[in-house]
Ligand binder design. Structure first.
Ligand code: 5GP
Ligand code: ZN
Length: 114
């Protein structure tokens, strides 16, 4: 997908602080962290928003949660607790239109979010 920031990061055209990669996803540090641990888990496949997910993406979404779980353990935030969140469209706070899951932890997270 031309002109998509996360496609460019997936392709290695833009640098990122890579934490993890496999054949389906990459994970890297958020450039503007909102918590001591703030990692973005991003599918290699371009999907603009959660509204564009298809049945065929079910395995991918499940895999993303498996990666989130493993990274939470690896980052040492699993025991205390953490959050996985995906924003959709403008009012949901989405700013990059290539789906991604924020993995946040390392501090007491507030609820409800702003
Ligand atoms: P959204 O607002 O769409 O839920 O999340 C997009 C996230 O991407 C934001 O938390 C933002 O800080 C992060 N971000 C935006 N541009 C870059 C970038 O060039 N590199 C990295 N690592 N993160 C970015
Ligand atoms: Zn993309």
């Amino acid at each position: 997908m031309d002109d998509c920031l996360f496609c460019k990061i997936v392709a290695g055209e833009i640098d990122s602080d890579l934490i993890y990669e496999d054949e389906q996803v990459i994970a890297f540090k958020d450039i503007k962290p909102q918590a001591p641990t703030h990692i973005l888990i991003v599918p290699r496949k371009h999907i603009s928003t959660l509204l564009d997910l298809e049945e065929e993406d079910n395995q991918l979404v499940g895999h993303i949660y498996q990666v989130a779980k493993e990274l939470a353990k690896r980052e040492g935030i699993a025991e205390d607790g953490f959050r996985v969140v995906s924003n959709c469209n403008e009012a949901g706070g989405q700013s990059v239109y290539h789906i991604h899951y924020h993995l946040l932890g390392g501090r007491d997270l507030q609820w409800p979010p702003g």
